[in-house]
Write a protein that binds this ligand. Structure first.
Ligand code: ASP
Length: 310
């Protein structure tokens, strides 16, 4: 039986997106990725292939805080993290705090079939060298200027302004359901910005990116809050244990709201339901449900779930 593919992506979450100029540009960027990756799913690509392509495209877009355009850490260096989870194999892989590569998700792809599934800075750099990935500087002028501005203020902000009218940026994530009914999730980030050296992002942990054969979820926002809620694994486990995607999102976001967490998430389940949720003002999510594209850019706070079995 051929299943209708589903796709949802995000480009981060955070404070308010004001100004239609910023909003329009973000929507255009997200829909370009949706169009290319959804078309790929229609050709029969696997969920994992689609997720990887979506992550690469979003990493390459300097608007988003992953790959090219990653934010700088407190010492002015870029360190990126990315992970990939194959819901069918139930296999997680990722890299933590890797530098000088163009697409950190490519390292996570390689690690899916290696005996060690998650590598941190030194090991990730060694792997990039072994794979002969060309050295790449993901720094953009805009990120440097943002870091210099914040340095003047002695880094008082708790997180880089990854969602703003000017930058309109954020961590990226992709969740897909393919024609065979298989699910995968991928997430990639430059981190929250201005963090201490060695800080580990949620994005390369199952708290930030998780999938089984029943559901897949990718998160964005304050990584410490996502880790404390173990958000992606919690939502996916709730669905795997029998809750609908909507019930799992609603419950997890109600709990998070009560605990004043600051984040968002996207997800798809095996029935084809698509969801996003947020406790913060904005999550830059866009989706394709087989009939229509849609997005969350102007949505009120809360969770929203689309589609059903198709
Ligand atoms: N979750 C990421 C982190 O804390 C940041 C983000 O999603 O923008 O590293």
């Amino acid at each position: 039986m051929v299943v209708q593919p589903k796709l949802i992506i995000h480009g981060g979450a955070g404070s308010s997106l004001q100004g239609k100029g910023g909003l329009k540009a973000v929507r255009k960027s997200l829909y370009q990725v949706i169009d290319e990756v959804y078309a790929l799913l229609l050709t029969g690509a696997s969920a994992k292939e689609a997720v990887v392509r979506g992550c690469q495209l979003l990493e390459d877009d300097p608007r988003f805080n992953a790959g090219t355009g990653s934010v700088l850490q407190s010492d002015g260096q870029i360190r990126m993290s990315a992970s990939l989870m194959d819901g069918t194999l139930k296999r997680f892989s990722g890299v933590i705090n890797v530098s000088r590569v163009k697409n950190p998700i490519d390292l996570a792809v390689f690690l899916q079939n290696a005996s060690d599934h998650v590598l941190s800075d030194y090991g990730a750099a060694e792997l990039a060298r072994e794979l002969q990935l060309p050295l790449y500087n993901p720094l953009t002028d805009q990120r440097l200027q943002e870091w210099l501005e914040d340095r003047k203020d002695n880094f008082k902000r708790s997180m880089a302004n990854v969602v703003s009218e000017s930058a309109g940026t954020g961590t990226i994530g992709v969740v897909a359901l393919d024609q065979n009914g298989q699910l995968a999730a991928g997430t990639s980030t430059g981190g929250k910005g201005f963090e201490r050296i060695g800080r580990v992002s949620d994005s390369a942990t199952p708290a930030g990116n998780y999938a089984t054969d029943q559901a897949g979820v990718s998160c964005t926002g304050i990584g410490e809050d996502i880790l404390d809620e173990c958000l992606a694994a919690k939502i996916v486990t709730r669905v795997t244990d029998g809750q609908t995607l909507k019930a799992a999102f609603d419950k997890s976001f109600a709990e998070a709201h009560d605990r004043q967490r600051d984040f968002g998430a996207i997800g798809i389940d095996a029935t084809g339901a698509i969801a996003w949720g947020k406790t913060c003002d904005v999550i830059l999510a866009a989706f394709h449900d087989g009939q229509n594209r849609g997005d969350s850019l102007e949505a009120p706070q809360g969770t929203q779930v689309f589609s059903g079995i198709s």
